[in-house]
Structure formats: C-alpha cells, structure tokens
Design a protein around this ligand. Structure first.
Ligand code: UT7
Length: 329
C-alpha cells in the first residue's frame, strides 16, 4: 500500500504567453486543444532527473518518518535519465544515503508510474521487502524542441516519489491491467542518443535528440485504450461509478481525460486534473495528482489510476487508499 507521497517542482514557470513568443501558437489553441496554461522547467545547469528525484525522496522520507537505511528498494520510472547509465535510481539513492538495498530504472514512458508501481508492489507482496520507494522523475525540457509548436507546449518537468509498505488490512493495490503494443513505437519516440543513432553532428542537425510525436495517431489510441482498461477494471471488480472515490489519470491532454471519465460514467468532480498547471510530466503526472489531492484522500477510498504512453504502453491500477490524508503533517 502507498503510505506517503513526496514531490519536487522546479520554480521556473513557462506559461503560454512566453511560449507564444517562442513559436507560432496561442494560449487559446493550447487551452482548447490540450488544456495546459503553464508548466515547470528545471533551469539548474547540469542537473537532471536525479536532482528532482532526490528532493522528492527526501520529502517522502521526512513525511513517512523513514530513515534512508530502512529503504530496501528504490525503482525510478523515467525517460529522461541523468545519463544512459548508471541507472538514475542509483544516483538518487546515493544522494539520499540509501545504501542497504538495491535500485534500478524502468522506462515505460507515460505509463512509467503504473508499470513501476505494479512491479514494486510485487516485491512488497512477496514479503521480502518492507519499504520500497517508487520515483517518477522527468526533465522533459531536456528532450523537447522549443522550435516545434506541435510538441513544445505539451511537456513539463517534475520529480515525485511514493512509499510502499506491506499491510494485513484490505488496502493497497487490489488489481491491475498492464498492456503494451510495439507497433506504437512508430508514432512517438526519440530516435537519437541510443545505440542505433548515437550522438553525432548529423543527429544533432537532424533534431534526432528531441521527442517526435504523431499527435493524432497517439491521441486516438490513448482515448480508446485508456478508457477500455479503466472500464474493464471497474467491471471485473464490480466497482460502480458511485462507489469510486477518484480517477487519477495520466495528464497528457484534457480531452483524453474527459473521454476516459465519460466512458467510466464518472462525475467530473471525481477526476483529478492538474494538467493546466504542470502539463505532461510523463511518469510524474499520477503521483503529482496524488500529492496535490492528498489531504482529501481517505482510508479505504476506491481509486483508479490510468495511463497511456509511448511504446505504446498503457495500464490501470485499482487501489484502496491506505491513510487519511488530512492527518498528514
Ligand atoms: O503522454 C504520452 C502520450 N501522448 C498523448 O497522449 C498526446 C496525444 N495527442 C494529443 O494530445 C494531440 O494530438 C495534440 C495536443 C498533440 C495535438 O492536438 P490535435 O487536436 O490532434 O491537433 P493536430 O495535430 O490535428 O493539429 C491541428 C492543427 C494543425 O494545423 P492545420 O494542419 O489544421 O492547419 C496544426 O499545425 O493545429 C496546428 N497546431 C497548432 N496550432 C497552434 C499544432 N500545434 C499547434 C500549436 N499552436 N501549438
């Protein structure tokens, strides 16, 4: 079960007004087509995902009264690691002083938090691990082309972390559905910087170190697949829309979120939405919502988390929230 949430948000705010001076766009277009007003950008030179992950983990340890030496495992979901290796999870653990366990990264793009939470939960359920941290940390600004109006309004930076611990109560992850389809790799990717196209002058000239996205294709798959698994998990757990306390959707496009909530028959007041202020922070969107709404969450709340991303990857988790958020300092 999740026993705490920590977040770090960079201070710098890039709003639509400033963006419209950089590329041919407008606040009106971005708000109506996507629903984003502003996003955070990490400006510190030479700092990346581990910088934000470290800060989020430190906040989490404080909130959950945990010492670094008590942590058994830390898994970091990211598509923007500090560097190709070592894993960013190792770097975060070293900075925080976590030395008694092991750490690794998971790359599942915008489904990173869902995939990683499922993986981490299994370590806890095995009975072998007592304190497991899941980090979702992304410096999307590092791979965003700020001359491309079709992608640069979409993304933002953030670091997040949640703590997982065992329980004998009927709380925590009750069910999940995880899916992927490699045909999606043709529609959303970053071609350069891997083993096929390592960095050269040519790859830089051809802008291969930036996000490439065919927006409409991704949109179509996101809407149908995110809604399908969310409805399926409701059905197979006999969850009614009335019974559900919250939907926590990945924040890529307000229209995708609305379509998913509608298919689930959910009242809009039960959907966590903060895309307007942070944009798409990839693996950080869902924990960022949980952190913002923490005070309103109650022990036993039925919650569905859902995401869709590059790969394609997608998935959903049904969980019973484990603590009363209003009692958190
Ligand atoms: O989180 C990972 C998964 N990613 C997603 O889920 C993203 C899914 N895709 C989307 O959210 C949407 O497809 C976008 C937000 C990326 C684009 O919205 P759209 O409604 O699909 O727009 P479009 O690509 O069909 O473009 C419509 C028009 C085009 O102009 P023409 O060809 O109709 O003249 C674009 O050139 O809007 C134009 N356009 C813009 N105009 C102003 C594209 N970007 C912009 C912009 N400002 N920033």
């Amino acid at each position: 079960m999740i026993t705490g949430v920590g977040v770090y948000l960079p201070e710098y705010i890039l709003d639509n007004h400033e963006l419209s001076k950089m590329v041919d766009t407008s606040d009106e277009w971005i708000m109506t087509r996507v629903g984003i007003k502003e996003r955070r950008i990490l400006k510190e030179k030479g700092e990346g995902a581990s910088f934000m992950g470290e800060k989020a983990v430190k906040q989490l340890l404080k909130k959950t009264n945990t010492l670094p030496e008590e942590v058994d495992l830390l898994i970091c979901a990211t598509v923007t690691p500090d560097m190709p290796f070592p894993p960013t999870a190792n770097i975060i653990a070293d900075k925080v002083g976590i030395r008694n366990g092991f750490q690794f990264d998971i790359n599942a793009a915008c489904s990173g938090f869902i995939y990683t939470l499922i993986t981490a939960s299994k370590f806890v359920e095995s009975g072998q691990y007592k304190k497991v941290i899941v980090v979702g940390s992304e410096k999307m600004s590092a791979i965003t082309d700020y001359t491309d109006r079709t992608t640069c309004p979409l993304f933002g930076d953030a670091g997040t972390a949640v703590m997982l611990e065992p329980t004998t109560e009927d709380l925590g992850m009750m069910d999940f559905i995880a899916r992927s389809d490699g045909m999606g790799r043709h529609h959303l990717y970053m071609k350069g910087g891997g083993s096929c196209y390592p960095a050269t002058h040519e790859t830089v000239d051809q802008k291969m170190h930036y996000i490439y996205q065919e927006g409409q294709v991704v949109f179509k798959h996101a809407v149908s697949n995110m809604a399908d698994v969310s409805v399926e998990i409701m059905k197979r757990n006999n969850l009614s829309a009335e019974q559900l306390a919250w939907l926590v959707p990945h924040q890529a496009n307000l229209r995708i979120i609305d379509a998913t909530a509608k298919r689930m028959g959910l009242d809009p007041s039960k959907v966590m939405i903060n895309i307007e202020r942070y944009g798409n922070t990839t693996s950080a969107t869902i924990p960022l919502c949980l952190w913002e709404w923490e005070k309103k969450l109650k022990k036993g709340d039925d919650i569905i988390l859902s995401a869709f991303g590059a790969g394609f990857t997608w998935g959903t988790i049904y969980l019973k929230w484990a603590y009363d958020g209003d009692k958190v300092e």
